[in-house]
Design a protein around this ligand. Structure first.
Ligand code: TRP
Ligand code: SF4
Length: 345
């Protein structure tokens, strides 16, 4: 029987604080399934956070902890997958440095996210960050090191990250060409396409921390209900007596993800005939979201009450990841004719 059990999957998230429903449906929800089918490595990309947020790092420990709580709350299971912190596996930095020697600048300058982000975040005249740094240009190369240090086969990421996996494949190919061993040190990883519905936030735009329109996994019920109560609806439905069109309503987009088909049918029927009001419709949505989050929040709270356990989980995961990473580094050093580390160094 062909199995996927021994195929390695790797993905990471930057620690930017508590996760929201968009992060959950876009990534974490898929990881829950993957941890049962593959040898999964999931890490908190704290080095990556520094590529843009290097000036004020005071919140970094809190953000790392919140992400870990959200992961464990959602049901990532340290018995089934390896959960770790990037900076606790220094081999990521070591491989990144070696890759920086062989990667032409043009490859990095051509990565589409580089110019996009530079324009979006890097306008210092508009109060943006100074992103004309070495580290920011190297962001996707660090990501290549993250992936290749585990000789990963699959990388579950969103559409925006596809160019980074493409670069990873090019770096792997270049390394394998220069330092030809048989078999090659690095496999060329593939993007693992996973369903990721685009969730609107409460203002109807894409749910995103930077728009301040999110519902967080850890939001208490009252807050979820309050946020959804003010969510934008079909703009043409002004009065209670106006029929609405669910297909253009962001509230209905969330119903499609969280509500039962029966509830969705009730909404379609009630909305288009003005049989229900938006307040009622939103309260049904809140019921569904609260129901989805209840078990997550219960587990999350249990871990939040044991911060030392969370640290221990990440420590163990990082130790396991480092063993695997060091195995790759030994192959890399041999291929590049670098001296192996003496024992006990
Ligand atoms: N760049 C990714 C993001 O912003 C996070 C990340 C860092 C990552 N290293 C990775 C994702 C390696 C997958 C594999 O979402
Ligand atoms: Fe949107 Fe529901 Fe109001 Fe219809 S009833 S416009 S689907 S919130």
């Amino acid at each position: 029987m062909i199995t996927t059990q021994n195929k390695r999957v790797l993905s990471g998230m930057r620690p930017t604080g508590k996760l929201h429903l968009g992060n959950y449906m876009g990534a974490l929800y898929n990881w829950l399934r993957l941890q049962r089918e593959y040898d999964c490595y999931f890490f908190i990309a704290d080095f990556h956070a520094l590529t843009t947020d290097y000036e004020d790092t005071i919140l970094l420990p809190e953000y790392i902890h919140e992400v870990a709580l959200d992961w464990l709350g959602a049901g990532l299971d340290p018995e089934k997958c390896t959960l770790f912190i990037q900076s606790w596996v220094p081999q990521h930095a070591e491989l990144h440095l070696l890759f920086s020697m062989i990667t032409p600048l043009g490859w990095l300058e051509r990565v589409p996210t580089y110019k996009d982000q530079l324009l979006q975040l890097g306008n210092t005249e508009a109060g943006g960050k100074d992103l004309s740094t070495y580290g920011f240009l190297g962001y996707p190369l660090l990501q290549a090191a993250d992936i290749l240090i585990y000789q990963a086969n699959y990388v579950p990421v969103g559409e925006d990250q596809v160019p980074h996996v493409e670069l990873t494949r090019e770096v792997a190919r270049r390394f394998n060409n220069f330092y030809g061993t048989s078999p090659h040190v690095f496999p060329e990883p593939d993007v693992l396409k996973t369903p990721s519905p685009k969730l609107p936030g409460t203002d109807g735009r894409k749910m995103s921390k930077s728009y301040n329109n999110t519902i967080q996994l850890a939001d208490p019920e009252a807050e979820i209900r309050a946020k959804l109560k003010t969510m934008v609806t079909d703009p043409a439905r002004i009065r209670r007596t106006d029929p609405g069109n669910p297909e253009v309503c962001p509230v209905f987009d969330l119903h499609k993800v969280f509500s039962s088909t029966e509830t969705q049918q009730k909404v379609r029927e009630g909305c288009t005939t003005a049989g229900i009001g938006c307040i009622e419709c939103k309260s049904w949505l809140a019921d569904a979201v609260v129901r989805e989050l209840a078990p997550i929040q219960e587990r999350r709270a249990a871990f939040a009450a044991q911060p030392d356990l969370v640290t221990e989980i990440l420590r163990e995961g990082s130790a396991r990841a480092a063993l695997r990473a060091e195995q790759t580094m030994r192959e890399v050093r041999t291929a590049m004719h670098l001296p192996q580390l003496p024992p006990r160094l």
